[in-house]
Design a protein around this ligand. Structure first.
Ligand code: 5GP
Length: 177
């Protein structure tokens, strides 16, 4: 189910609202006169992305990619599998990847390398959360919402075994006594 009572608030709904609005304003300024392709990385980014795009003041299109990393669910192995690919070509497009969270950076590194080979006009990244403590590879975060400590977070699209995605805030699971 994913009860809010089990989760301690790390980033409140109000803080998310404020920051997502700022990011949308910044992206709208930077892509003024362009028609970027926003690519949401499933599943975690869909809540952030739906809030973000409703605050953009520019033309854009959206697409989605699904990834899963081989190995245990809370530990990225570096080997990334594309479970859903894009519907349209990115060649010549201004691509903005929308990620929920960047942890080791391995998923993002793989996606950037894969998409770069398809020759977009430009390729940038917008991540809601940056968890730099466990970073293994260097990745550019052109836009980010919040830097967070080395904790496993849930809510606002992020899950633990598919639970908690619907929480309106980002939180950390409380220790069970
Ligand atoms: P990376 O490849 O950067 O290590 O991991 C990226 C993916 O791991 C994210 O897109 C997300 O799906 C998952 N992930 C990393 N840290 C967290 C976390 O704290 N909470 C949740 N729910 N997922 C995480």
């Amino acid at each position: 189910m994913g009860n809010a009572e089990e989760v301690e608030v790390l980033i409140s709904k109000e803080e998310l609202d404020r920051r997502v609005t700022e990011l949308a304003q910044q992206i709208s300024r930077d892509y003024q006169g362009k028609n970027p392709l926003l690519i949401g990385i499933l599943k975690g980014s869909f809540v952030f992305m739906s809030d973000l795009i409703r605050r953009l003041t520019i033309d854009f299109t959206v697409d989605f990619m699904g990834t899963s990393s081989y190995g245990a669910s809370t530990q990225s192995s570096g080997e990334v599998r594309i479970t859903k690919d894009l519907e349209d070509s990115v060649a010549g497009r201004d691509v903005l990847l929308i990620e929920d969270i960047v942890d080791t950076g391995l998923t993002l590194r793989y996606l950037l390398d894969t998409l770069k080979a398809r020759q977009p006009a430009s390729l940038k990244v917008c991540a809601l959360l940056d968890k730099p403590a466990r970073r293994l590879v260097r990745v550019p975060l052109d836009y980010y919402g919040f830097i967070i400590p080395n904790e496993f977070v849930v809510g606002y699209g992020l899950d633990l075994e598919e639970r908690y995605r619907g929480l309106p805030f980002v939180g950390v699971l409380k220790q069970r006594k």
